[in-house]
Design a protein around this ligand. Structure first.
Ligand code: FES
Length: 162
């Protein structure tokens, strides 16, 4: 029964559909205010280059990231999502990032089960002093998503075409 359900759902990724020329992925970056957002700011002020594909949303803590944010992002606009927070032990709300990590792992498993490739959602720890690391993470996520191609099926227009 479970395999049957999975067979029906594993149609979200459509590798046979070719990305349009000049296609660039849209990546939703959900960053905690105190570390990763400040890290992204440092990347900018240090003039470190990173792909412009990421659209950043600032949240007070990574524990604020509701699984629904990820689902809604992939369903509407994004080809991938990056969630980033303070390093373990550095969360400004003591243990928020531990909750976030656990919730993220479960959400990732769920999204994988319904057919999203696991690289479409990624998690990282970036501190306020790690501007170069932030650029590295964004580069990696962008490369991973580019390899996967556009997330076709879940886009509204693709439903309308059928
Ligand atoms: Fe940054 Fe909690 S304040 S993860």
């Amino acid at each position: 029964m479970e395999a049957e359900v999975k067979d029906q759902l594993v149609s979200i990724e459509k590798p046979e559909l070719i990305a349009p020329p000049n296609w660039e992925p849209v990546i939703m970056g959900i960053l905690c205010n105190w570390c990763s957002y400040a890290g992204s700011d440092l990347t900018g002020t240090s003039r470190i280059q990173y792909p412009p594909n990421i659209r950043i949303i600032r949240v007070p803590c990574s524990s604020r990231v509701d699984p629904w944010f990820l689902i809604k992002s992939l369903q509407t606009t994004a080809d991938g999502v990056l969630v980033s927070g303070c390093h373990p032990g550095d969360c400004h709300y003591i243990s928020g990032n531990y909750f976030a990590r656990r919730r993220f792992l479960v959400t990732k498993k769920l999204l994988n089960f319904v057919g999203f490739h696991e690289n479409r959602i990624q998690f990282s720890w970036v501190s306020a002093a790690e501007g170069p690391k932030f650029a590295k993470v964004v580069n990696k996520v962008t490369e991973d998503i580019k390899k996967l191609g556009p997330l076709h099926l879940y886009k509204k227009e693709n439903f309308e075409k059928k």
